[in-house]
Design a protein around this ligand. Structure first.
Ligand code: PLP
Length: 415
């Protein structure tokens, strides 16, 4: 098994990107340059319309009512689950659980898998570029169960040290939980290769796709991961909603994480029995409106084509990266892995990222500054944080040029 090479660019398809930008009310026709998409993306009109439609015509609680309105709402909520299953190519929609976000999804598996499978001395393998959401839940579980956390090291260019995998994986390794696309560096990890490698050791894999799902086609069966998580709000959908995919064989035998309504089969004071997938992991009233609006957004993204979205975002971020590299000797790029998408992280030498962010904001440029919830990664590079520009398909080359002008002015002001 050899590590895959970085993909090559192909010519852009003919798509009406200007028309697509017009679908986003907050940025259409505005002079705000919104380059903070990795934190949360903007919302298309179809999402607002789906919410209005649902609230005006089909709103009720789900799974509980015999009345027609509740059944209508239930049908739409369950149709949304099917849409997500199609979007990620799950074998069965019961493998798709709605959560409150990627963080909640990881906490669910960390707790449940920990309860079912972890003994003192067992190891959980992460990587040095994880978001805190994919570190802290495992630490909490490890403290409870006496497990040990290990991490795949990060190389100087911001890619993973794949040569360390064999030394890190062994009979004690009970799960690998790994980010697909780094939210701080934009590095795209070779997930299919790593999953194959982990499976050769009998290790199940959770893929944190929070920054991959917005930018590339997902196929959980092709990747063959055991769990995958992502958040709707980073892919043009609503906040407060996330997805937890789990391959049935492993997922259906895990114990529940939260207790309450919807996840029970029968309750008595002596004993409670639980539902199967997916309801076992959906305690309480779910985010009905969010799931239905998210399904409308997924259809919208699928109509554009995730492959086209990926192509465009790779081109935009490649353009930004190469111009920063060629024309700004004062800028240090953090993360120069051969394969990256959307995120461009950098430092202005001699200046704190926060100062750069504030001066850019004064020029109507929204970027993120700080540690991006990746403090171990910042420690690895010995820096307090970075300035992060993260692009989406509705951004434009013209915005990149205006961003670079604003950056020049910032450098001038800080001189
Ligand atoms: N994982 C990654 C890679 C992320 O970038 C984020 C958020 O930035 C998360 C997990 C957590 O997502 P959320 O806050 O939506 O739960």
């Amino acid at each position: 098994m050899s590590a895959p090479l970085a993909p090559r660019f192909s010519p852009p398809p003919l798509i009406d990107w200007a028309g697509i930008r017009a679908d986003f009310p907050l940025i259409a026709g505005q002079d705000l340059i919104y380059f903070d998409n990795a934190a949360s993306s903007q919302k298309p009109k179809v999402m607002l319309q789906a919410m209005e439609e649902m609230l005006s015509h089909s709103y009720a609680n789900v799974h509980r009512g015999v009345h027609s309105l509740s059944q209508k709402a239930t049908d739409q909520y369950e149709a949304a689950r099917k849409t997500v299953a199609r979007f990620i190519n799950a074998a069965d929609e019961a493998e798709v659980v709605f959560t409150s976000g990627a963080t909640d999804s990881i906490n669910t598996i960390a707790f449940s898998f920990g309860e079912a499978h972890i003994q003192p001395g067992d190891e959980i393998l992460l990587s040095g570029m994880e978001h805190h959401a994919n570190i802290v839940p495992w630490q909490l579980m490890a403290q409870r169960k006496g497990a040990v956390i290990k991490a795949i090291p990060v190389l100087d260019n911001g890619s993973l040290n794949l040569e360390s995998l064999d030394a890190l994986m062994g009979p004690k390794t009970k799960l690998l939980s790994l980010v697909w696309v780094s939210n701080s560096l934009g590095t795209v990890n070779p997930i299919p290769y790593i999953v194959q490698k982990a499976h050769a050791y009998g290790i199940p894999v959770l893929v944190d796709a929070a920054q991959a799902a917005p930018h590339m086609p997902l196929d959980v069966q092709a990747i063959d991961c055991d769990f995958m998580v992502f958040s709707a709000h980073k892919m043009c959908g609503p906040t407060g909603l996330g997805v937890l995919y789990g391959k049935r064989a492993l997922f259906e035998n895990l114990p529940p994480y939260r207790g309450g309504g919807d996840m029970i089969d029968r309750v008595s004071f002596e004993k409670t029995t639980f539902q199967g997938l997916p309801f076992r992991f959906e305690a309480g009233t779910p985010h009905i409106l969010g799931a239905i609006a998210f399904a409308a957004v997924l259809d919208y993204l699928s109509n554009i084509g995730l492959g086209h979205i990926e192509e465009r975002e790779r081109q935009l971020s490649h353009s930004l990266r190469s111009q920063l590299k060629a024309d700004f000797p004062q800028i240090q790029l953090i993360g120069t892995a051969p394969d990256s998408v959307s995120v461009v992280s950098f430092l202005l030498k001699g200046h704190h990222p926060l100062d750069v962010g504030v001066l850019l904001d004064n020029q109507k440029v929204a970027v993120r500054t700080g540690h991006h919830c990746c403090q171990p990664l910042m420690d690895r590079f010995g820096i307090p944080g970075t300035v992060r520009a993260s692009l989406a398909f509705y951004n434009t080359e013209e915005e990149i040029q205006r961003f670079l002008l604003a950056l020049r002015k910032t450098i001038h002001l800080l001189r």
